[in-house]
Ligand binder design. Sequence first.
Ligand SMILES: Cc1cc2nc3c(=O)[nH]c(=O)nc-3n(C[C@H](O)[C@H](O)[C@H](O)COP(=O)(O)OP(=O)(O)OC[C@H]3O[C@@H](n4cnc5c(N)ncnc54)[C@H](O)[C@@H]3O)c2cc1C
Length: 398
Amino acid sequence: MTDFPATRTAALEKLQQFLPRAGADYAKLRNFDHGAGRHDNVSSLSPYIRHRLLTEAEVLQAVLGRHSPRAAEKFIAEVFWRTYWKGWLELRPSVWLEYRAGVTRAWDRVQAESGLRAAWEDACLGRTGIDCFDAWAQELVQTGYLHNHARMWFASIWVFTLRLPWELGADFFLRHLLDGDPASNTLGWRWVAGIQTKGKTYLARADNIARYTGQRFTTQGLAPSAPPLDSAPHPAPLPAPTGDVVAYDRPTALILHEDDLSPGFLFDRGLAPVATALVQASAGRSPLAVSDAVHRFTTGALADVQARWGDRLGPVTMIDNATDLRAWAEGTGADQIVTPHAPTGRMAEMLTGLAADQPLARVLRDFDARAWPHATHGFFRFKARIPDFLAASGLRAR
Ligand SMILES: Cc1cc2nc3c(=O)[nH]c(=O)nc-3n(C[C@H](O)[C@H](O)[C@H](O)COP(=O)(O)OP(=O)(O)OC[C@H]3O[C@@H](n4cnc5c(N)ncnc54)[C@H](O)[C@@H]3O)c2cc1C
């Protein structure tokens, strides 16, 4: 049975179970990777937060209801890493396009170079002979999740020991992670490879792996150094999105998509849709086949939102591709279509296919609108603003 039932109820239960450990315990123990089924020292909430079955604000408020801001500082900062990465990519969407082009280039090479193909297959199947790496490849495929430290070590070994194109590693993650996210994944891999923080790479070391995995591995043969990959300079940041203003009294259709499955904030503003499309973009994560587990989680999350909000949605249509979305939009008969803002990634691309001839209003959450404009420099400058972000969102210790 999966550890990640795709429901908000399961997410809330996981959050409740984790809350006592979100303070000092998390600060002390979060870097330990105890292996599949034993990730109790971290929240494992990422598949739910990524699809916003739980919002970042809800998680932060729950944690602040239990711990002081100081005790929960580490956990709060990790949640804001997500917000920072999303904002960073939102200001520089060309980095996503460049990543996608890099996957295509690397995939072309895999098809043309038999040695590369064999090495790539061995890595994806967990057959490299590097004990920890093979265990993580299998854990990822079997569970749809990896601990953060394992993601860092895995990416580092992929890039610097196996010397495989980083884009193929990011693609492998996206095809299997239930939380697979255009921003956190792309920028996480770039960070390990020394592309994101220019010149600063992450080197996986056998002693560090042994220590933080409870001596489960005695890894041999890792690269002794991690010279940064060549890369283009960062593009200059664009202005942050501001979101569209919506007149909710006009006949309105709703596109509810996998990037934001908590539509309550729209109903609070007066939205009463004449029809709703529930849209998933999981097939577009990769040019290769995306795992059944990812599709199942996303489909389940959409079904869950329908079960929770069905009486507010009007007639519902499930959609999983841009052509059907366009056809649905043309037939709604509504004056306008409203959707929660989809950040840079495949879902946003599907919506862009509509924008030319459909009156699409993208509603930005206040939480994102406040934070994203500040993702202009490194995380530490952004982090200094966390108390302001929390206060402006009314998130405080109880
Ligand atoms: C190479 C690489 C790829 C990654 N790919 C993804 C991805 O596709 N999707 C994804 O959600 N995260 C990704 N991460 C970030 C991080 O590994 C996961 O968010 C985290 O491991 C999820 O487990 P958790 O929910 O138990 O985290 P916890 O430690 O319990 O943290 C709570 C929440 O904070 C956020 N968070 C924590 N650490 C990070 C981080 N370093 N960056 C961004 N957000 C963070 C997540 O939403 C997480 O659910 C990646 C990291 C690396 C190094």
